[in-house]
Design a protein around this ligand. Structure first.
Ligand code: AMP
Ligand code: FES
Ligand code: ZN
Ligand code: ZN
Length: 328
């Protein structure tokens, strides 16, 4: 069998990237990833060299890769891990985040939802009747903002990659949800009560961030969140992957075409007509009297703890229990 060769140096390749119509060795794969991240940062004015950066890290490949890439590119970046209390998934993800930080002597701030706010995501889901991912997303967004503002950080970085963003875009487009589309940008500027938020991995696919972790020797949690099993977001990813397999480069064209040509047309819809004031309880910006996060805390922290299996649908529970058996 022919050993495929790196496009740049003609040495043995470790990965083929059909969307670039090329193969790459470990060194030139890293060069490609670095360049794509630098280009995203530059094109969208994401970061300045002096920024104090807070990277939201989940222990998965994307957020560890982006933290590693930013450190490599010379940025000052601390990590923030939120313990969501999603059974062993959360315990393990926290260990990966901490091990990464320890090995590289990076600062990791940890917030445990149950310890600090008296609830976890399965309990919040049951107590409030929200789907788990909604209770989770709302809690994470609030805590990212709060930690960044309290800690004096200039910007919050998340590990959303091209696959994530294209899947969300696909979902928003299927529903023609114009307000979500208008806000689906790789940079959200700082506003009263909100830090700046950026996604430096929007030019890398999840296969590329996984490859980055492998060639850099980064251990990351492979498992998906058990609550995400079978959700719509994964269905959109699968649909886009089917298109990508037939027509490499489609995913990037879909997303970047939107950002370059469509998003500017929606600019006046961003935050149009929303009047915000301070939450009576925590001071965060909100449209009501008390913010959604404080309402979740009030309801969920007085509810008996609910184990993760209870809030999973049938298929997700089956997958979760199988995973547990593998671990034990
Ligand atoms: P997800 O919403 O799980 O797709 O995660 C999107 C991004 O949110 C990740 O790339 C991380 O930057 C961040 N994130 C997810 N989970 C956590 C967590 N438990 N703690 C801190 N950041 C997280
Ligand atoms: Fe938030 Fe799974 S990580 S619901
Ligand atoms: Zn090479
Ligand atoms: Zn509040």
């Amino acid at each position: 069998m022919n050993q495929s060769k790196c496009r740049v140096c003609r040495g043995p390749a470790v990965i083929d990237l059909p969307r670039h119509n090329a193969n790459f060795c470990a060194e030139h794969l890293q060069q490609l990833c670095r360049r794509q991240v630098e280009k995203a940062i530059h094109d969208h004015d994401m970061l300045s060299p002096d920024d104090r950066i807070l990277v939201a890290v989940s222990g998965g490949k994307d957020s560890l890769a982006v933290w590693d890439l930013l450190a490599e590119l010379g940025y000052r970046a601390d990590g923030l891990y939120i313990g969501l209390g999603i059974g062993t998934y959360s315990d393990t993800s926290g260990q990966y985040a901490q091990a990464f930080a320890d090995e590289r002597e990076l600062e990791l701030i940890t917030i445990d939802l149950r310890e600090t706010y008296g609830y976890d995501i399965p309990t919040a889901s049951k107590a409030t009747g929200r789907v788990p991912c909604s209770a989770c997303g709302l809690s994470k967004r609030h805590l990212f903002d709060r930690a960044a503002l309290d800690g004096g950080y200039d910007v919050v970085v998340t590990g959303h990659n091209l696959d994530d963003e294209a899947a969300v875009l696909f979902g928003n487009t299927l529903r023609w949800d114009i307000d979500y589309l208008a806000r689906q940008l790789p940079v959200l500027p700082a506003a009263e009560g909100f830090p700046k938020k950026v996604k430096p991995l929007v030019r890398l696919t999840e296969r590329e961030t996984a490859a980055w972790c492998i060639v850099r020797g980064i251990d990351y949690l492979l498992d998906e969140c058990p609550m995400a099993h079978g959700n719509r977001h994964l269905a959109y990813k699968e649909a886009l992957n089917a298109v990508e397999a037939r027509s490499p480069g489609s995913k990037a064209a879909f997303y970047h075409g939107f950002i370059e040509r469509m998003a500017p047309l929606l600019a006046d819809r961003v935050d149009a007509g929303v009047e915000l004031h301070r939450c009576e309880s925590c001071g965060s910006p909100t449209t009501g009297d008390v913010c959604a996060f404080c309402r979740v805390v009030a309801t969920a922290s007085t509810h008996d703890p609910v184990p993760v299996e209870v809030v999973l649908n049938k298929a997700a529970r089956k997958a979760y229990l199988a995973q547990m058996q593998e671990i034990s």
